[in-house]
Ligand binder design. Structure first.
Ligand code: MN
Length: 290
């Protein structure tokens, strides 16, 4: 049965993350929304925006995270990162970085040097995926999901692609390893493309339209920048592209645990937040120079 739409909304007015990412936040924001999209805790979206050429580092310098994962999807432009666990890499258009901060990591996120020098359009998303209590302090790790490993399946009639980042579409499984069950699908659709996305009824589910115009479950078309949140009242979402479209489908099993958030830390209790602050201040997250 098709899910009904709970609401359609746009992100908050843009704010800067460092000097490299001019993002609109969709949740948690001021709406106390984090539980409604659990296990996804935060979504920041940099809509396509032109950056002038520069020779300086543009982005955000060393900062900590604990208790969750950061997932960065590059649509246009390239993001370079380095972390205190010794990982470094570049996220290029179409690629995804799935970083498990777990017990604690310091990292930085900059426009990749060649891209920054040439200038160009940056278009990206960052999603924070919460970790359940049992995995909050897991060892940090990093999955660089290149275009070679992201699984692409043609949409019905060959009118576009479903790119499976995590979870599954039809019989294809995505490359990301997740701690709790979740689907993350990058939909690249041509006009008239139809895709049926089955998902368990209790999974929190939404579709963010990044480009073009998309109908979900027969409703009025949603346009670029609109976030379509579904009620947990059905077991599928049917998407139909009206124009050339890009959309991100998110669906995951909720983590039913208390949640306390402070800046870059997402934990289960205030005590754990205080411990994270102490550990960060005493250097336990390691060392990272920008
Ligand atoms: Mn970060």
């Amino acid at each position: 049965m098709n899910r009904t739409i709970e609401k359609v909304f746009k992100g908050a007015p843009e704010h800067w993350v460092g000097d490299g990412f001019h993002v609109s936040n969709y949740f948690p924001g001021a709406t106390d929304f984090e539980k409604r999209m659990s296990p996804f805790f935060l979504l920041d979206y940099q809509k396509p925006e032109e950056y002038a050429p520069t020779t300086r580092k543009r982005g955000v310098g060393a900062h900590p995270h604990r208790g969750f994962e950061t997932v960065t999807i590059a649509y246009q432009g390239s993001v370079a990162h380095r972390d205190s666990a010794g990982n470094a890499g570049v996220i290029r258009p179409g690629e995804v970085q799935w970083m498990t901060a777990g017990g604690g990591v310091l990292h930085n996120e900059f426009h990749e040097e060649t891209f920054a020098k040439a200038g160009g359009i940056m278009h990206m998303i960052q999603i924070w995926v919460n970790l359940p209590r049992r995995d909050k302090l897991t060892a940090p790790k990093y999955q660089g999901l290149t275009n070679q490993v992201i699984v692409e399946t043609p949409a019905e009639g060959g009118k576009g692609l479903v790119r499976v980042i995590a979870g599954a579409f039809e019989d294809k499984k995505g490359p990301a390893s997740t701690f709790t069950p979740a689907h993350m699908l990058d939909l690249r659709l041509r006009p008239g493309a139809k895709v049926r996305l089955p998902t368990p009824k209790d999974y929190n589910t939404a579709l963010l339209v990044l480009q073009g115009k998309v109908k979900a479950n027969g409703a009025k078309a949603a346009t670029a920048g609109e976030f379509v949140l579904f009620k947990n009242d059905g077991d599928e979402v049917n998407v139909e592209a009206v124009d050339d479209s890009i959309a991100l489908f998110l669906s995951g099993a909720p983590i039913e645990e208390p949640l306390v958030h402070y800046g870059p830390f997402v934990m289960n209790s205030v005590d754990e937040i205080n411990e994270a602050i102490e550990d960060f201040n005493s250097g336990k997250f390691g060392d990272l120079k920008d």
